[in-house]
Design a protein around this ligand. Structure first.
Ligand SMILES: O=P(O)(O)OC[C@H]1O[C@H](OP(=O)(O)OP(=O)(O)O)[C@H](O)[C@@H]1O
Ligand SMILES: O=c1[nH]c(=O)c2nc[nH]c2[nH]1
Ligand SMILES: [Mg+2]
Length: 165
């Protein structure tokens, strides 16, 4: 189990992805963007809009064995779809929502060694594999993305205290 959770709302994700676009704009222009599915799709769409990039390619990597939040049982990653339109990555931006252990990043970097790799969030174990990121969280923090979560009723504090006593 992770020691901490870091909750990202849609608004915050939009702000953070735009902050990443600000960092990237002076490094371009880019020929196109490669989104690492699935988590990279929404940040890539926001960044493509800000950088006025029209060519958006995808690379699909699945890391089998990952369980529920925080259980990082990592197996051999499989590339389900290579990023054919991006060649060796020269002139392309490679986007993911986050880098954690770096397993996904290593596989995708080997496919696109010349791409500029950017993520919105980064954890210490993987951050050296990323060229640009916005927010770092600790390794024992699980980032809760808006597409993986839903609002739910919260028990009032007074009732929680009664339950605990
Ligand atoms: O640095 P790592 O330890 O590889 O973890 C980071 C990767 O994990 C998540 O993807 P996930 O494999 O859960 O698939 P998804 O994007 O399809 O949800 C996230 O979107 C990154 O791609
Ligand atoms: O939603 C997620 N949050 C994380 O912190 C994480 N790390 C790897 N994969 C992840 N997925
Ligand atoms: Mg992913």
């Amino acid at each position: 189990m992770p020691a901490h959770y870091y909750t990202v709302t849609w608004d915050q994700l939009h702000r953070d992805a735009r902050a990443l676009a600000w960092r990237l704009i002076d490094l371009g222009p880019f020929n196109g963007i490669v989104a690492i599915t699935r988590g990279g799709l929404i940040p890539a769409a926001i960044i493509a809009r800000e950088l006025e990039a029209r060519l958006v390619e995808t690379v699909s990597v699945v890391t089998y064995g990952r369980g529920a939040a925080g259980e990082t049982e990592i197996g051999a990653p499989q590339v389900l779809k290579p990023p054919v339109a991006a060649g060796d990555g020269e002139g392309f931006l490679l986007i993911d929502d986050l880098v954690d252990t770096g397993t996904t990043a290593r596989v995708v970097r080997s496919l696109l060694p010349k791409a500029h790799f950017a993520t919105v969030y980064a954890k210490p174990a993987g951050k050296q594999l990323v060229d640009t990121f916005i927010t770092e969280v600790s390794q024992n923090t699980w980032i809760l993305f808006p597409w993986d979560t839903e609002p739910q009723f919260a028990v009032p504090l007074a009732k929680r205290e009664k339950q605990a006593s």
